[in-house]
Design a binder for this molecule. Sequence first.
Ligand code: LHQ
Length: 274
Amino acid sequence: MSDSSPGEAPAQGEIPVREVLVDIADRVATVTLNRPAALNALNYAIKGQLLATFLDLARDRSVRAVVLTGVGRAFSAGQDLRERLEPGAPPLDEELTLRYNQIIRAIREAPQPVIAAVNGVAAGAGASLAFVCDLRIASESASFVLAFGRIGLVPDSGATWTLPRLVGAARAAELALLGDAVSASDALTMGLVSRVVPQEMLAAEAATMAARIAALAPGATTMTKHLLERAFDHDLDAALAAEAEAQGIAGRDPDHSEGLAAFMGKRAPRFSPD
Ligand code: LHQ
């Protein structure tokens, strides 16, 4: 367990033996990338721990929201490029299939909404990680860099799928092909993030957002996440049908009765108490 917050070093006295720190409190999991000396570049250890963490969290129904962030001045600089130069480094298609793609799917398929609290630069697959989250908030010092082209690669880890959905085809093409850094304020303008806050406010902002989500009815929240994911793949008829099916399930959930009772009683609802 760690008390570290976005952009802050682990608590004094704590030995940062893990590349991914996980703190669970009040139904919220905070997952923190912890290789600050390498700008949280993604090596085998961090990728393995990140996948294991999200698979574990998916099974933990007491966790209702997840915050993903980084220690230090970066969210993540993407693939650890030094690791790519090691003898025996696997081919990139294998690396993606065995590691990155599984992490991306685990975040996407997680029952909990995942909030990226982008505390600094997010480059390459580090940007892709942020893009696949359900919500993105950024500190004023955050930036996004589609750095793939600079090293002769294509955007990966879902970025060719997520980015056009987030910012539209024209901006996605410019970001992917030119690879210019996008500042936090430009990211806000183009809808790549939904909020920008001063660095010192990022942890509190993410925690408040996560706590609000954690207080909602979990079944409906999970279904809302997954309905929104399908928004750009469905036609209207399919979306209406999917909403009706999900609403049928939500309507039979005791949390709906609790919500109605709370409204009528002019009190706050107590959804799915543990
Ligand atoms: C790093 C890295 C890094 C190792 C900074 N690795 N050490 C690729 C292949 C395989 C499969 C799947 O997918 C992918 C997708 C990708 O992610 S491709 C894109 C990989 N990432 C990049 O190309 C970004 C490389 N980094 C940068 O361009 C810069 O470092 C950024 C713009 C992130 C930050 O710039 P600065 O603020 O000027 O920091 P810096 O460059 O001085 O870096 C600080 C340290 O972090 C430095 O180490 P050192 O020992 O010299 O202090 C860097 O070497 C290290 N670092 N990124 N990806």
